[in-house]
Design a protein around this ligand. Sequence first.
Ligand SMILES: NC(=O)C1=CN([C@@H]2O[C@H](COP(=O)(O)OP(=O)(O)OC[C@H]3O[C@@H](n4cnc5c(N)ncnc54)[C@H](OP(=O)(O)O)[C@@H]3O)[C@@H](O)[C@H]2O)C=CC1
Ligand SMILES: CC(=O)[C@@H](O)[C@H](O)COP(=O)(O)O
Ligand SMILES: [Mn+2]
Length: 398
Amino acid sequence: MRTVTILGSTGSIGQATLDLISRREGDFAVEALTGAGNIPLLAAQAIRHRARLAVTAREDLHADLKAALAGTGIETAAGPAAVAEAAARPVDWTMAAIVGAAGLVPSLAVLRRGGTLALANKETLVAGGPLVMAEAARTGACLLPVDSEHSGLFQALRGERAEEVERLILTASGGAFRDWPLHRLREATPEQASTHPNWAMGQRITIDSASMFNKALEIIEAHVLFGLPADRIEVVIHPESLVHALVGFRDGALIAHLGAPDMRHAIGFALNHPLREALPVERLDLVRAGRLTFREPDPARYPALRLARLAMEQGGLMPAVFNAAKEAALDAFLARAIRFTQMAEIVERTLDRLSGDGRMPRLCRAGEMPGLDDILEADRLGRKEAAALAGRMTREEA
Ligand SMILES: NC(=O)C1=CN([C@@H]2O[C@H](COP(=O)(O)OP(=O)(O)OC[C@H]3O[C@@H](n4cnc5c(N)ncnc54)[C@H](OP(=O)(O)O)[C@@H]3O)[C@@H](O)[C@H]2O)C=CC1
Ligand SMILES: CC(=O)[C@@H](O)[C@H](O)COP(=O)(O)O
Ligand SMILES: [Mn+2]
């Protein structure tokens, strides 16, 4: 029996992970489940999966969680520190499926105890890349990518020599607005941006797919995980989302990862690693799929890709600023305070203002190992700057 903890169990990835675990009754014992606002689901999951501990990141909801689990014997806790403490409890396998940079500290807690971390939370690697990889190396922790493209790359790279790898190719669906006329993008609403052509995912990553900020984060994620420079990590639009990623080797060969758009493949691969076990995912019928199409991303439609490369060039902690600015801009878009197209403007202006900013002397020196406090400070400054810019844009529009 393997012990598991799921950080972000109430979300899309968290629920898919529990689905796989529930199909293998007797193989896994759930130590801790964590969520934030969805207390009824968190409590129901904790009871159904006989968790020892249920944690909400929201201290204001602790009383509700306690009430929902009264008499069950399941321990409860609340607040960001309690989520990190849950992550630090020793278990055999942990899924990191919190959304946003809030996932960084809990992910680090797993790595610091030398645990096995199935990492869906890409923001952990974007905000904390060098520190995260250094911690994993220091403790001998096992880091398993779960983001579908990075799981695909990881699988295609198994047994290959690093020096023979020439390039990595990430596919992108193009998101909700890939076929909209460019001039209409500024009118796009949060509801329209919250639909994905192929994948069923949480709302924030779905909107990031529409703006291409998701793929922008994934370029940085691939760089951190696999060590290739940005100019050897390519993005190609692939509307069918059946090819998830490709590795290009120096002899010209490409090894691709294909599968139906179902995250239970990547989650299951990480759950069963280093073995492959049967998974309840659709077997791809290539004849029915018919054709696989690819095209170049239009830089005017998707400025996010250029901005990720800019943050990488700026170096130091600018990728953490990039992510924070994107999260704050997305908050403003969701609150209908700014337009869809203004998210990229805000991120670009935040990068411009904070690169080389006197308040962040350490943040822009590439090659230096940032500490957690540095990263959290970069995150705080990035959010603050982006929120201020969003506020100004809202006032100007009024
Ligand atoms: N969904 C997908 O298919 C994919 C997701 N990913 C990545 O996986 C991560 C999770 O995505 P997804 O499952 O879609 O997201 P969801 O929004 O569906 O779920 C997010 C989870 O995080 C919890 N949460 C939200 N805010 C906080 C916080 N401040 N502190 C602690 N927990 C919090 C939520 O709790 P509650 O719901 O209770 O409020 C929920 O459990 C993201 O980083 C995403 O980019 C990567 C590839 C694919
Ligand atoms: C399933 C997954 O890994 C997502 O990150 C997915 O890639 C989103 O789709 P896009 O290709 O539209 O970004
Ligand atoms: Mn992905």
